[in-house]
Design a protein around this ligand. Structure first.
Ligand code: PXP
Length: 398
């Protein structure tokens, strides 16, 4: 297969991820059984696409996508016509970007929709011919999109709840209430798919007793966040949570700051993963959305990565947020394609979660602070249910 991506305009103002687009078009062509064919995709601005639109379709103004098939494939498969050159797809990044913003989708998501549309036109589908053909084309678009999604996770994204801050309130008083173990039960009854606690070396919130009791009471899945310190590793090996997440830990930080640097801590992480895996405990590495960290995570034998969403959540402008989102989107896809299972978390709240939940390669979100703080006002059961409602199946969103 030859896929030419050509750029007739400066793409630097746009959050376009060419590797992601290339990998999606390759998968689409596989799904359409046209992997041995040539397609050229030309990205341009509104002015250029308007001139093609005017010259070849006698229409005024720009459009989002135009397809120019090399042959007429209507009614026959490309194999039968034996035509290897399928044609060109022209896309206006300017229009695609505008449409993405209106629908609150990422540019890469909108481009994927347009590429599916353009590819089907190259194969002879034409929604302008009749209602039946429009229906057929629409169905095929949905089918292809679903297939792309289905090469992602199989189920709706899961919500795992971090109950550390229930323990923070308890420790502030130095007594036994509120109990994070009881909180975990309420979260599970409200629909959480997992409970997360971070047993820090300084025991500032979660205590050993909590972890041991949670091991006995959690019905869904207990995920123990921890540093690679010997004392905590020994506790994990004894308690046997359903999984552990390795995080960096600094005494002075208020919460986990950056992701774990797997590259500089490779030896220690590798040894910890070996010990955990020997005890049957899968390991997740909490990392920044970064291709090098993902590759090292794979090399050291992690089962999961948890992508740090903090910078996305803390972004101060929409532009920065979009950029951080794109890095998470791309990293999730890279990690997924290397065979890692992908979770995400940190800083997610009632405004920032649904966009991340719509990424089809992400399996589980780990959320604590936003849910526990909201529960002070609306109750824990409702706070969990409200978050669950924001986590919709893929294809609804971005
Ligand atoms: N994931 C990891 C690895 C964390 O350390 C934390 C914070 O404890 C979270 C997720 C949850 O972050 P937040 O409390 O901001 O939702």
């Amino acid at each position: 297969m030859a896929l030419n991506l050509l750029f007739q305009t400066d793409t630097s103002p746009y959050l376009i991820d060419t590797d992601l687009i290339r990998s999606r078009v390759t998968r689409l062509m596989d799904n359409l059984f046209i992997e041995n064919h040539h397609v050229s995709i030309v990205f341009m601005d509104d002015r250029d696409i308007a001139s093609y639109n005017n010259r070849y379709r006698k229409r005024k103004g720009p459009t989002n996508v135009l397809s120019f098939p090399t042959g007429d494939y209507r009614g026959s498969t490309p194999e039968i016509t034996n035509q290897k050159e399928l044609g060109d797809i022209l896309i206006s990044i300017e229009t695609a970007d505008r449409e993405a913003k209106i629908d609150n989708k990422s540019l890469n998501y909108r481009l994927t929709e347009l590429l599916i549309h353009g590819l089907l036109h190259l194969l002879g589908y034409d929604h302008e011919q009749s209602e039946d053909e429009a229906q057929q084309m629409g169905d095929k678009e949905k089918e292809l999109f679903n297939k792309l999604n289905h090469s992602g996770r199989e189920k709706m994204v899961q919500l795992a709840i971090n109950v550390d801050h229930v323990a923070t309130i308890r420790e502030a008083r130095g007594i036994t209430e509120p109990d994070p173990v009881l909180a975990a039960g309420i979260c599970e009854l409200a629909g959480a798919a997992g409970i997360v606690v971070h047993l820090r070396e300084d025991r500032r919130h979660i205590q050993d007793r909590d972890v041991r009791l949670l091991r006995q009471t959690v019905k869904t899945k207990l995920n123990l966040e921890m540093a690679t310190s010997k004392e905590i590793i020994d506790i994990a090996l004894e308690v046997k949570p359903d999984m552990v997440t390795l995080v960096p830990e600094k005494r002075k930080e208020l919460t986990t700051e950056g992701g774990l640097n797997v590259t500089t801590n490779k030896k220690k992480v590798l040894q910890t993963i070996k010990k955990m895996n020997k005890a049957g405990i899968p390991v997740s590495l909490f990392i920044d959305p970064d291709a090098k960290q993902i590759k090292t995570a794979k090399d050291v034998g992690a089962t999961f990565v948890e992508l740090h969403t903090g910078r996305y959540c803390d972004a101060e402008s929409e532009e920065d947020r979009d950029r951080e989102f794109t890095m998470i989107e791309e990293s999730a896809e890279i990690a997924f394609n290397t065979g890692l299972r992908v979770n995400a978390g940190h800083g997610l709240d009632y405004l920032t979660t649904s966009r991340i939940a719509a990424l089809e390669t992400i399996e589980e979100l780990s959320i604590g602070h936003a849910i526990i703080t909201r529960s002070v006002f609306v109750g824990l059961d409702q706070a969990v249910r409200e978050m669950m409602a924001l986590i919709k199946p893929p294809l609804q969103g971005h």
